[in-house]
Design a binder for this molecule. Structure first.
Ligand code: GLU
Length: 498
């Protein structure tokens, strides 16, 4: 029998199980959304399973509203999970606060086997130790003061109500793991010291509960942000000591602001929900996030989720920090807005405009205004700013109508502008209501510009129609507004000059 060559585990079809394991202590960060996406893509591509586990053992900082926001954000992006909170699964429950018995069992086991111990050191003692080590030029770690306390003594102190945490007896060894993105990573665990793994038997820290759950939930690959890289050797040690299987790791590059500093609220919105509120489309965000640290083989930039599943390759994720380029996101969003059909775009825009713009009575105007502005929108929210003049003519200063454009001091040539506006009204009046479209209007008015001048006619026309310094061209605006409203606005301009 010929043996088929063994595929590396990361390429094996099926059997792959990955997870997103957020602590619900804040709104879903845009960077975490990328972690979700990369896990999701990997699972889909490998025919594997994607698990959503909520790591809420820090009861003081975890809040249901954050859990809700995480779930909502993932659903909005269309990144669904195969097992997890909300839907359950074979290895549930998927909320760590509902799994305390499991962690307690393992914590007890470690204490019984003398692989973990109670530590009674006060904050002040720990800080004192830290300062002393720093003063000696050493990297601070736990001094080991409680490491050798007798079990009976510790139990007695606990029974008497003394407060303690549980520390893991970190073996002094060398841990080596092969990060799928960063390659071989070696850590001397002597530098880590005995780490706290739980505040009590029923209050584990995520370094511990996560390591336990990755085993209990049969996770094969941990794909998470680089900020977790220092937790990996700790979790590997815990898993080794408990006799768990080894996992594969992939640490995603940090996301940086354009000045290469760590992405922070000071420069950019960090919550996914903020981007949703600003009118970014989930498809554009997914596309953008995929390119945040990952590069396809060619120069292609627009990817549907299906294309991403096909092309995504964990080996093409870069090690260097990925710059969050907001202009690129805006550009991508504009591309996706252009791709939406009229009906769909209108429905989405309705969330971003005053309700009266979306009324039945305004339906035709709204459809036309969207068509006129579609190419100029970068976000759905842009529409309101770009198109408000269609719904209500803004009040403007008469000098807006002046051509050539004036400096502040100059006086508008009222007589000439008035005369030009009157010529326009006369011409526009000749176009029948049924023929009142961009092409016909353009044809008749452009022939007049040969006599009266292009800027002389088109500028006051466009300004009178929009009340704005910038807008789409006058023919398009007239088509959107219709004959009656066009004439009304031109007469307003005449009044302003009279
Ligand atoms: N719950 C932790 C966090 O949100 C750990 C995540 C992980 O291990 O992927 O940062």
């Amino acid at each position: 029998m010929i043996e088929s060559p063994k595929k590396p585990a990361c390429l094996a079809k099926s059997g792959v199980r990955v997870r997103f394991a957020p602590s619900p202590t804040g709104f879903l960060h845009i960077g975490s959304a990328r972690t979700v996406l990369f896990n999701w893509l990997f699972a889909k591509q490998q025919d594997g399973k994607f698990i959503l586990r909520i790591e809420d053992t820090d009861i003081e900082r975890s809040e249901p509203r954050f859990e809700h926001d995480i779930i909502e954000g993932m659903k909005w992006l269309g990144l669904d999970w195969d097992e997890g909170i909300d839907i359950g699964g074979e290895y549930g429950p998927y909320r760590q606060s509902e799994r305390l018995d499991i962690y307690e069992k393992y914590l007890r086991q470690l204490i019984d086997e003398n692989k973990a111990y109670y530590c009674f050191c006060s904050k002040e003692q720990l800080e004192g130790d830290r300062q002393a080590m720093l003063a000696q030029g050493l990297a601070p770690k736990y001094s080991g003061r409680c490491r050798h306390l007798l079990r009976e003594e510790s139990e007695k102190r606990i029974a008497e109500g003394e407060s303690a945490v549980i520390r893991f007896k970190t073996p002094e060894t060398e841990i080596e793991f092969n990060d799928l993105i960063r390659g071989k990573i070696k850590v001397n665990t002597a530098l880590i010291g005995d780490i706290v793994i739980a505040r009590s038997l029923r209050s584990p820290l995520f370094v511990f509960s996560g390591a336990v759950d990755d085993f209990e939930m049969k996770i094969t690959h941990v794909i998470r942000g680089e900020d977790h890289i220092s937790n990996t050797p700790k979790q590997i040690l815990i898993q080794k000591v408990l006799g768990f299987d080894e996992l594969k790791y992939a640490h995603l590059p940090l996301i940086l602001s354009s000045d290469r500093s760590k992405m922070s609220k000071r420069f950019l919105d960090t919550a996914l929900a903020d981007y949703r509120k600003q009118g970014y489309l989930p498809e554009a965000i997914v596309n953008f996030l995929a390119l945040l640290g990952w590069h396809p083989k060619d120069e292609k930039e627009i990817f549907s989720p299906e294309e991403l599943i096909k092309e995504f390759d964990i080996k093409r994720i870069q090690k260097a920090g990925a710059i969050f380029n907001l202009e690129k996101l805006e550009w991508l969003n504009a591309q996706y807005i252009r791709k939406l059909n009229q009906e769909n775009l209108m429905e989405k825009i309705k969330e971003f405009i005053p309700p009266e713009w979306g009324s039945e009575e305004n339906k035709e105007l709204l459809i036309k205004a969207i068509a006129a502005e579609k190419e100029r929108m970068r976000t759905l929210a842009d529409f309101k700013k770009l198109a408000d003049f269609f719904f209500e003519l803004p009040d403007y200063e008469p000098k807006l109508l002046a051509w050539p454009r004036l400096t502040n001091e100059a006086e508008i040539d009222k007589e000439k502008t008035l005369a030009n506006l009157k010529i326009l009204i006369e011409e526009i009046n000749k176009v029948f209501k049924a023929d009142f479209n961009k092409e016909n209007l353009e044809e008749s008015i452009m022939s007049l510009t040969e006599i009266w001048g292009r800027g002389e006619l088109l500028w006051p026309l466009r300004a009178a129609l929009s009340g704005r310094e910038t807008s789409p061209g006058p023919f398009k605006i007239m088509e959107v507004l219709g004959k009656e409203e066009t004439l009304r606005r031109l007469n307003i301009a005449i009044e302003k000059l009279s």
